[in-house]
Design a protein around this ligand. Sequence first.
Ligand code: BES
Ligand code: ZN
Length: 875
Amino acid sequence: MEQFKGQPRLPKFAVPKRYDIRLKPDLSACNFAGLVSIDLDIVAGTKFIVLNAAELSVASDSVSFTHRGFSKVYMLRPSNIDLVENDEILVLEFAETLPIGIGVLTIGFEGTLNDKMKGFYRSTYEHDGEKKNMAVTQFEPADARRCFPCWDEPACKATFKITILDVPSELVALSNMPIIEEKVDGHLKTVSYQESPIMSTYLVAVVVGLFDYVEDHTSDGVKVRVYCQVGKANQGKFALGVAVRTLELYKNYFAMRYTLPKLDMVAIPDFANGAMENYGLVTYRETELLYDDQHSAASNKQWVVIVVAHELAHQWFGNLVTMEWWTHLWLNEGFATWVSYLATDSLFPEWNIWTQFLDELTEGLKLDGLAESHPIEVEINHVAETNEIFDAISYRKGASVIRMLQSYLGAECFQRSLASYIEKYACSNAKTEDLWAILEEGSGEPVKKLMNLWTKQKGYPVVSVKVKENKLVFEQSQFLSSGSHADGQWIIPITLCCGSYDMHKNFLLQTKSKTLDIKEFLGDKTDATSAWIKLNVDQTGFYRVKYDEDLAARLRYAIENKFLSATDRFGILNDSFALCMARQQSLCTLLTLMGAYREEPEYTVLSDLISMSHKVATIAADATPELLDYVKQFFISLFQYSAEKLGWEPKHGENHLDAMLRGEILTALAVFGHELTLNEANRRFLEFLDDRNTPLLPPDLRKAAYVAVMQRVTSSNRLGYESLLRVYRETDLSEEKARVLSSLASSPDPKIILEALNFLLSFEVRSQDAVCGLPVSREGRETAWTWLKDNWEHIFKTWGFGNLITHFVSAIVSPFTSFEKAREIEEFFASRTEPSMARTLRQSMERVSVNANWVLSVQKEEHLANTVKELAQRN
Ligand code: BES
Ligand code: ZN
C-alpha cells in the first residue's frame, strides 16, 4: 500500500480499455452520483488496482472486479479500499492475485458539483429573471478524477461510453459524442451517447444546462453547433462560420479528416481558462466564443478566431495524437498556438496576423529571459506543478521554436512531416523526440540535435554582431534580463539581409563565435561599409540581436527612411528594449531609437511601442521623477502622428488593424494625460451614457474612453467611476463587463483603486473575471499590495485551486522596482507559498529585482536629462 503513495504516476499493473460511465447530476442540490465500469487489461500479477480519484466518496459495497474463468464469471470484492486524498488515488487491495487478462472493475461513487471551475462543477446563469445552475466539466490537466475514478493520465487512452441520467427534460445535455438515445420519463430524461474512439481522460466532457444553438456542417458532413445562453444565439454565428472553415482547412493541412461525427462548441458563463478542447465538445468563456456586431471590438473578433482555431487544432494535435506525459505539454499548446495563426491567416489574410505572432514571440522571450524560467520540456513530479506550466514557455516559446524550425526546414517539407506524424501517432501518444525523428527523416537535417538545445535547455541566446574591417563578427551568449551571466549555448539558424531584402544569407551558428567575410557573400554590389544589416530577418528566430553602434545607427537610418519591413522594425525595437532592461544598453539609446518610430504606421509595431512606453515611464517615475513629465511628453508626441492620422471617427470600411490601433493609441494618450484626448473621451462617454448605441463610442473606442474617464476620477469626483459601474451592471455582454473591469483600476487615486479592487471581490463579479481588474495604475501599486496581503486568505481560498491565483501574484508583485519591496514580498510569502504558485512567485520576484537594478542604472546615466528634454521638445 505505502509503495503507491507520493508517486508522480500510477503503477501500470492494469490498463484501462473502455469506460462505461453513468452520471446523475442533481442541479438543485449541486451534487452527483455515478457508476463506472472499466474494462481492464491486467498485465502483471498483482493484488492491487491503483487508480485516481479525488473528492469523491466511494461506497465500499459498490466496488467489484469481475472476470471470466473457463466456464463461469467470477466476482471479487476488494479486501481493502483506501482513498488517499493527498495523492488523489484510490487503492483497491484484493485477497488474491488478480488473473492476467481482461476483467471489469465497477465502482459506485458520489460527489459535489463544486464552485471551483474544475472537475464536475456548477456554473450559474439567469433565465427569465431566475438564477439557475448548469453542470459543466473541466478536466485538464488532472481533474477527471474529481468526476469519476479513472486512470487520469494522458497516456492511458480508452474509449468512453457515457450516459447522463435523470436530468430535467427541458435541458440540453451534451457530451463528446452524438446522442444515441434520449428516454423521457415525466419531466426527467436519460441521455446516452455513442461510444467514443480511444481518447485521454482529460478530454472527456459533459455539459447540462439551458441553451440555444446555431448549426452548420462541413462539406464532408461534420455537424457543427455553437451553444449559447438562451437569446444569444446570434452571437454564436461568427464563431460557427470560423469553425466550419477551420475544420476544412485542418483536414487539408494535416491530411486527416476530423475524426468525430459532430463538433459542439459551448459558451460557459463561469470558466477558469479561455477555452478547453474537449474532444467533440469544446467549452469556452463567453468572451472567447461570442461576437456581437454592435458591441464587440475588432480585437475581440480577432480573439474569437484565434481561440477557435487554437481549440480546433487540438482536435488533431492533442486529441488524436496526445502527449505521452505533461513534460510534453508544449506539443499540444505550442503547436495549437502556432497553427492558430496559420488558420487565421488563411481565413483573414487582410489581418496580416503573422506580424501579430511577434507578440507570442516577445512574451516567450520575456519569460524565458528570467533565470527562473524552465525548459520547454519540463520535468513534472507532482500534479500540483502541472497547472503552472500552461505558461508562456509552453505556449509562446513553444510556438516560436516551431516557427523557427518551420522557416529553417521550409513550409512544404514541414507540413509533409507533420502529416506523417499525425498519421503515425493517431489514436496514440507521442513524445517530443518522436516529432523530431519524423522531421529529421522528412528533411534530412539534424533536427534532433538542433532542437534539443531549444526544448531541453531553458533560456535563449543574444547574438552580438559587429563590423571589423570587411568582416562581420558574430558571437552568442545566453541572454538574461537580469544582465547576469549564464553559459547556455545553442545552434542558431541565422538569417541576415544587407542593404536590401534581396541580399540575404543563412547559416547555422554552431559555435560561440564566427567571422564572415562580407564581400564573399555580397560581391561588390552592396556597399558593406554603409549598408544596413539586419539579422533574424522577419523575426523567425527565437533569439535577440545586439548590434554595435555603427550597425545600430545604420538601422536607425533605415527605419527612418522606411527601408525595413514591419516585422524587422518590431524586432529591432523590441531587442533594444530588452537589452536596455538588462543594462546592456543605455536608456538614452533606447529613447533615441524610439524617436525613429515617429511615423510608424503599423499596428503591431506601435502596439509594442506603447507597452514599452508604459514600462519606461514606470521606471523613469521611480528613477528620475523630475524627468517624468518630459518622458510623458515625448511619448505623447510619438503617438500623435498616428492619433491625428486615425482621428476619433472610424473610417467607413476601414482596415481591421487601424480599428484596433485607434483604440490603443487613444488609450495610451489618455494614460499619459493628453488633455485633448481626455476631453474628447469624456465628452463621448457622456453621450454613451445617454445612448449605449451612440455612434460616438463604438466598441473599439470604449476602452480608451473608460480609461480616460478613470484618469479624472478622484475620491471627491467619483461620478465617472459610478457611471462605469452602471455600464457594468446594465450590460449582459461579458466582453463589456471585462472592458469595464480592466479600466476601473487605472485611476491615479489610491482610494478609488482600493474601491475598484474590493469590487472585484464582491458577489457582482464572477470569480473568472476578477483577474481582468488586476493591473492597477502605478499610483495604486502600493494599495494593491496591501489589499492582496489583507485579503490573502480569502483570495487563496477562492482562486487558489487552479492557475488564476498566479495572475494575482504576478500582476500585483511584478510592477515593483525596489529591493526593499522585494524583501518585504519575500517575507510575506515565506510562510504562504503553495506548490501551485511557487514558480510564478519566484519569477515575479526576479522581475522586481530586474526592475530595481534597471532603476539604479538609469539613475547613473549622465546624459539622460538632456536626451529626454531634447526628444520631448522635438515635434
Ligand atoms: N488546453 C487549454 C486549456 C487549459 C489551460 C486547460 C490551462 C488547463 C489549464 C486550451 O487549449 C487553451 O490553450 N486555452 C487557452 C486559450 C488559447 C487560445 C490560448 C486559454 O485557456 O487561455
Ligand atoms: Zn491549447
